[in-house]
Design a protein around this ligand. Structure first.
Ligand code: COA
Length: 175
């Protein structure tokens, strides 16, 4: 199976919204409460268009994950901070039907390559709910280290929830 990541374009919006609708319950445990509109093709088309501007402004980057050419998920860099920090946060989702096949691990390997080699970032961060075992497995495959626990860190499903914090430092010397 070939796993690839790529920037989205307008024609991807419909399939992306279908994926989000199909996995609404599955993805919801780790997400903030989202408005109905989030699940529409029109909204996802706006998200994809906004991504082009955000990349140009060096703020964030959204990627679609494909397995053998089929859309199976999404991975993104957000909160890109330059200066002395040179850091970004990562996010990722894989269609429940396609989980357990190494797709997130393969996609994030490419995302970390992009962040370090193309953007020249020094550090990536992931914030994970303590009981998200699958996500922690993915991070451990990629070499992320647990460096702390942040109480009441993100508002997920209406509650400020404690998260485990992970980071991966760019292995290139002087990066
Ligand atoms: C987390 C997520 C992206 C993983 O995607 P995936 O493509 O299945 O990931 P991979 O197949 O690369 O790796 C998953 C690992 O977790 C393991 N796993 C999955 N569910 C598990 C569970 N309930 N308990 C223990 N291990 C579990 C798998 O066996 C695999 O480990 P292995 O490679 O050592 O065998 C996917 O489950 C998802 O989208 N979850 C909902 C959204 C989410 O939580 N995103 C991350 C937010 S921090």
């Amino acid at each position: 199976m070939a796993v690839t990541i790529r920037q989205g374009n307008d024609v991807d919006a419909e399939r992306l919204s279908e994926l989000l609708v199909r996995n609404r319950t599955y993805f919801s445990t780790g997400q903030p409460a989202l408005p109905e509109e989030y699940y529409t093709t029109a909204h996802q088309a706006r998200v994809i268009r906004a991504d082009a501007e955000s990349r140009a402004a060096d703020r964030s980057a959204l990627f679609l994950i494909e397995a053998d050419g089929v859309l199976v998920g999404r991975a993104n860099l957000s909160a890109i901070i330059r200066g002395a920090f040179q850091s970004a946060s990562i996010g990722y989702l894989v269609d429940e039907e396609h989980t357990g096949r190494g797709i997130a691990t393969a996609a994030l390997r490419q995302l970390t390559g992009y962040a370090f080699d193309d953007l020249g970032l020094h550090r990536l961060q992931a914030e994970v709910l303590p009981d998200n075992v699958a996500s922690k497995r993915v991070l451990s495959h990629l070499g992320f280290c647990h460096y702390g626990t942040a109480p009441h860190y993100l508002r997920i499903q209406g509650r400020w929830q404690t998260h485990d914090l992970y980071q991966l430092i760019n292995p290139a010397p002087e990066s």
